[in-house]
Design a protein around this ligand. Structure first.
Ligand code: HEM
Length: 324
């Protein structure tokens, strides 16, 4: 490649590094705001808020598109960065005699490729810990709990289907020992399953001498689940995945013997991220040609503030979960 072609391709690579890098900064802000719910609300309220948030993030079409752009940006940013580093090395195989790295560039700038690679390793392992459980594997528990005060308790049957008491009371009718539903939400196999549970429970009750009304279904429940959808009438077929418990247990020293190890990895990674952003943020503006003598110092300071505050708040999340 001729020298000018090399420079042109370097400029293009820098441009796209900047665009994807700034987009990833936006992602960090959004991700941080969502994750802060893990420490801002406690107990059942916090669990519910975070699981509802995770459900929304997984089902909103706009967020889904943003997620795919995020994945593409991470891959593009990493590959582009590696290619740029190789290209720069090739273009200048021997260091200039007058090259004095500490005078010519700040420490993070020379370390950008190494820091970026470490962040990539962090992202891959981090996604294996949480994202994989949430999106791909079926390992994740559902958010189930029983509340005496729930207006509409949803029962969770052996086949992991949900049925609401309100529906049973409003739409069910009893014929002999069986309940029949007029609601379209229930198919024949679900109806059959509920009836099987009622018969089983009635048999058990008879053995212990109890007298049970078949519509008094609370006595037959195996597990129960409060419906906590924001929309009054919406039944969430697959249930809320309990991502909150997964994250909390991950960093909880009593529940996870490796929690201290994960905490250290996360805190170090946030330090690495801080260094990467320290240089990257302002440098992205430069690569996009958005630099102006008047604003350069402002952009630099804003970038440095971003580089410290965002990773610090991210690191605070596992620290607080661990020490509580
Ligand atoms: C240290 C605090 C952090 C916590 C507690 C945390 C937690 C989580 C959780 C629970 C998920 C799964 C969300 C879901 O699938 O619905 C997730 C996804 C993800 N996290 Fe983090 N995260 C942290 C920091 C970071 C950082 C610093 C980065 C980037 C450098 C990052 C990058 C990602 C990415 C790329 C995804 C996939 C996002 C998507 O599917 O749209 N996370 N994180």
């Amino acid at each position: 490649m001729s020298n000018s072609a090399l420079i042109k391709s370097s400029i293009a690579k820098k441009y796209w590094m900047a665009v994807t890098g700034l987009f990833l900064c936006l992602f960090l802000v959004g991700h941080l705001l969502g994750n802060l719910q893990l420490i801002m609300k406690t107990g059942e309220e916090g669990r519910r808020a975070f699981n509802e948030y995770a459900y929304f993030m997984g089902h909103n079409i706009f967020i889904k598109i943003m997620s795919y752009i995020t994945y593409a940006s991470i891959i593009f940013h990493a590959v582009d960065g590696i290619l740029l580093t190789i290209q720069n090395k090739k273009a200048r195989p021997v260091n200039y005699v007058y090259n004095n790295p500490s005078a010519n560039s700040s420490l993070p700038s020379r370390w950008m490729a190494i820091l970026g690679s470490l962040i990539l390793v962090f992202i891959v392992t981090h996604m294996a810990n949480f994202w994989w459980k949430m999106k791909i594997s079926e390992e994740i528990p559902l958010h189930t709990y029983y509340s005496q005060t729930a207006k509409d308790t949803v029962y969770y049957t052996l086949n992991k289907k949900q049925i609401s008491v309100k529906d049973i009371r409003e739409k069910g009718k009893i014929e002999g020992e069986k309940i029949f539903y007029s609601s379209k939400k229930f198919n024949a196999s679900l109806e059959n399953e509920i009836n099987q549970e009622i018969i089983k429970a009635r048999n058990q009750a008879e053995q212990t001498g109890q007298n049970i009304n078949p519509l008094d279904i609370e006595k037959f429940k195996t597990e129960s689940m409060e419906k906590y959808s924001m929309k009054e009438d919406e039944l969430i077929d697959e249930g809320y995945k309990d991502l909150h418990t997964v994250v909390m247990q991950f960093f909880n020293k009593d529940k996870n013997p490796r929690a201290i190890f994960y905490l250290i990895i996360y805190v170090i990674s946030m330090g690495v991220l801080a260094f990467h952003l320290w240089h990257g943020f302002a440098s992205a503006f430069q690569s996009l040609g958005l630099n102006h003598a008047k604003y350069n110092i402002l952009i630099k300071k804003a970038g440095q503030g971003f580089a410290v505050i965002i990773p610090l708040l991210f690191a605070l999340i596992p620290i607080l979960i661990f020490i509580k």
